[in-house]
Design a protein. Structure first.
Ligand SMILES: Cc1cc2nc3c(=O)[nH]c(=O)nc-3n(C[C@H](O)[C@H](O)[C@H](O)COP(=O)(O)O)c2cc1C
Length: 388
């Protein structure tokens, strides 16, 4: 068993164990990948204030996200094709989240279906919906999420059109992978992954295949997105989704204060400051830099969560100290899943928890709910001093 001390250890193992097509799918951003890189590097620009001789005994990282008790303020973000990173990946990740006491969010573009995850877990999970044109399909998705007892939906609003990731096009990304000389040669070197895939029937988009009509090639993410996603989305449509769902709604993909206000007006109960992990608009600010202005705009009205770029418990602590009520991880748990299945996701969560807990103690705090900006040194102009 390899010694895992940081998320980067999991990424390295993941890279060796999973076909290149799926590793590249996760480990890339759109176009030049500037936003993908800055999502992580901007966290490094924020420093902590070390405190000493403060009682650090009996610490707690427990808090709530959307009224739900969590063992730490970290949820698993919706990640499409998780079941291609590892056989039955969504079920394994959801189980690890359940054991750790953090929320799991299932993507519309998952391999395991809503029903698969519900049947194999006991903790409630959140369901992420993309904003699709087909009303009947949307209604059915909401009904299925209700039947699975999902307590909240996450509506992703930053993917009306798909950002271009060069590697996905070059690799011919699909689920299941198309059998070409190149892909077969690569998969033959990923024995454990291949055996897992042979042992499961879950190899297609489980929420879509058999549920959506008129999709010509549901194995292709690009074809499906182009056909089914709604480029004409507006806030009225999001209000309709809130009505159709009639329950707690988290709006994901907010980067500007104006949009945060619009999301609140559309009925959001929480918003996620997110640039989709740098996968959509390259050249957008990192999420952590976008956070303060959004908190100023709506922080007293809804819970503000954050994702994009979190690779350590210190990143989580910085986001919480800046004012986010919760965070999400995408790649950090995907690395763990691809590296070591369910156990790898658990290791990722353990690593983050330990880093957050110890760093909180070094900053002189014992309770994550009491942490605030005073533990940070944020450089002047960090969030930008922009021309209007
Ligand atoms: C491989 C991959 C697939 C993703 N698929 C989805 C998805 O289906 N739905 C969605 O709302 N966001 C999706 N995202 C974005 C994540 O929910 C999250 O915003 C992002 O991963 C956060 O950045 P991080 O990976 O740096 O933690 C995906 C991200 C990755 C890396």
């Amino acid at each position: 068993m390899p010694v895992i001390t940081e998320i980067e250890d999991l990424r390295r193992i993941y890279k060796r164990r999973v076909p290149k097509m799926f590793y590249d799918y996760a480990e890339s951003g759109s176009w030049s990948e500037q936003t993908f890189r800055e999502n992580t590097s901007d966290f490094d620009k924020i420093y902590f204030r070390q405190r000493v001789a403060v009682d650090m005994d009996n610490r707690s990282t427990r808090t709530t996200m959307l009224g739900q008790d969590v063992s730490m303020p970290v949820a698993l973000a919706p990640v499409g094709l998780t079941g291609m990173q590892c056989a039955d990946g969504e079920i394994k990740a959801a189980k690890a989240a359940e054991e750790f006491g953090v929320p799991f969010t299932l993507s519309t573009m998952s391999i395991c279906s809503i029903e698969d995850v519900a049947e194999n877990t006991t903790a409630p999970f959140w369901f992420q919906v993309y904003t699709l044109k087909d009303d009947d399909f949307m209604r059915r998705l909401f009904d299925r999420a209700r039947a699975a007892k999902c307590p909240a939906i996450v509506v992703t609003v930053d993917l009306q059109v798909l950002g271009q990731r060069h590697k996905d096009l070059k690799n011919g990304l699909s689920a299941p992978p198309k059998l070409t000389v190149k892909s077969v040669a690569d998969m033959m070197t990923k024995v454990q992954w291949g055996l897992g895939m042979l042992g499961t029937k879950r190899r297609f988009f489980g929420n879509i295949v058999g549920h959506a009509e008129g999709v010509e090639d549901p194995s292709s993410l690009h074809t499906w997105t182009a056909q089914a996603f709604d480029p004409s989305l507006d806030w009225d449509r999001i209000k309709q989704f809130k009505k159709m769902w009639n329950g707690p709604m988290i709006v994901k993909g907010i980067m500007e204060p104006e949009d945060a206000i619009a999301a609140v007006n559309a009925g959001a109960d929480a918003i996620i400051v997110s640039n989709h992990g740098g996968r959509q608009l390259d050249g957008a600010l990192s999420s952590i830099r976008a956070l303060p202005a959004i908190l100023d705009a709506v922080g007293d009205k809804v819970e503000v969560h954050l994702d994009s770029g979190i690779r350590s418990g210190q990143d989580v602590l910085k986001a919480i100290a800046m004012g986010a009520k919760g965070t999400y991880i995408g790649r950090a748990y995907t690395y763990g899943l691809g590296a070591m299945g369910q156990e790898g996701v658990t290791r990722a969560l353990e690593v983050l928890h330990k880093e957050m807990d110890i760093s909180m103690a070094f900053c002189g705090h014992r309770d994550i709910t009491k942490v605030d900006r005073k533990i940070l040194r944020i450089p002047k102009g960090f969030s930008g001093d922009w021309e209007d």
